[in-house]
Design a protein around this ligand. Structure first.
Ligand code: PLP
Length: 329
């Protein structure tokens, strides 16, 4: 079978720094992978996915981009930024109604030139949000466009390729900085970041079965794909197929800790508020309440529960989310 063509386009500033973060309360060494500094439209994890998703769009001669997300979706804001960089008109299907004054990610997305389509839907209603994306995509096709339509969070096998490469980037930085990572933790929501990291791990394990590789631990912050290990393994396998690998991930390769989500997506937790202060005081790392603070609260919580010790090296991927900090609630 012919190898599928993978095309990517440069949108992110890579590699991002892997910063020493001092000691965790257990005495473990903390490292912060600064994917909040990917550079595209204020940065964040989605830049890595968009390099591949937009490569696919250019390959398909797309005339515009369409995607979907919560009202304050970082993915939507960064897709708008990618559209600006590539001169592709961008349509964003968003939860909620149009606010009187745009804030945070919506303000930036509009600044990048995207067209915002407010659906009035709930941010958790992924089924109807996806239906609204499909409807808009069909309308654009009827209007003679060739839209490249991207699912929630950019989480496809193609998008996840960005984090398969990120896994290699992290391992190579650990080697340069002369330590072996025990675990990589990060916030997971639509599952693409997680799937890519798992694909990277599976590929690295197949290439060198003797090599000590880190445990991959996603801290779930949404009930959608994030709490579905089967779907993450499936996405990882789509990426492995695209990479021409024959090895496969199973559900056992996917660990999602849902204990730090609180009652729901975007509902604040005390642990996330505490983690935000801890990170800000320790390294001036700016976490956001919806994603990265909940993820980091998971790392601190697992550390407090005795998972790590003074010999451990623990990496937190800071996936960004800065703009939603400036949204009034
Ligand atoms: C700041 C931030 N962190 C983490 C994630 C989770 O990434 P994924 O959707 O690939 O699971 C998102 C997704 O929107 C995000 O915006």
């Amino acid at each position: 079978m012919a190898q599928p063509k993978i095309t990517s386009v440069t949108l992110a500033t890579l590699p991002t720094p892997l910063e020493a973060g001092g000691k965790l309360p257990s005495g473990a060494n903390l490292w912060i992978k600064r994917d909040d500094l990917t550079g595209l439209g204020v940065g964040g994890n989605k830049a890595r996915k968009l390099e591949f998703l937009c490569g696919e769009a250019l390959n398909n001669d797309a005339t515009c981009l369409v995607t979907v997300g919560a009202a304050q979706s970082n993915h939507c804001r960064m897709t708008a930024a990618a559209g600006a960089r590539l001169n592709l008109p961008t349509h964003l299907v968003l939860s909620g109604v149009k606010p009187k004054q745009l804030e945070g990610n919506q303000l930036l997305a509009e600044m990048f030139g995207a067209q915002l389509h407010h659906t009035g839907l709930d941010a958790n209603d992924w089924t109807n949000l996806e239906a609204a994306r499909a409807e808009l995509t069909e309308k654009l096709i009827r209007d003679g466009q060739r839209p490249h339509s991207i699912p929630i969070g950019g989480s496809t096998g193609v998008g996840a390729l960005g984090y398969a490469s990120a896994f290699d980037e992290i391992i190579s930085q650990c080697e340069t900085q002369r330590f072996v990572a025990d675990a990589i933790l990060f916030t997971t929501s639509s599952g693409g970041t997680h799937a890519g990291l798992v694909a990277g791990l599976i590929r690295a394990r197949a290439n060198d079965p003797q090599k000590v590789l880190p445990k991959i631990i996603g801290i779930g912050v949404a009930k959608g794909v994030a709490l579905n290990t089967y779907r993450v393994a499936e996405l990882a396998n789509e990426s492995l197929t695209l990479l021409g690998e024959t090895v496969r991930a199973t559900q056992d390769d996917v660990l999602i800790d849902a204990n730090y989500m609180g009652s729901d997506y975007a509902v604040p937790t005390q642990a996330a508020a505490d983690a935000t202060i801890w990170a800000a005081h320790r390294g001036a790392w700016v976490l956001d309440p919806v994603y990265s603070a909940k993820g980091f609260s998971g790392l601190l919580g697992r550390d407090a529960n005795g998972e790590f010790n003074a010999d451990s090296n623990v990496i937190f991927i800071h996936t960004g989310g800065l703009p939603s900090l400036f949204v009034m609630h």
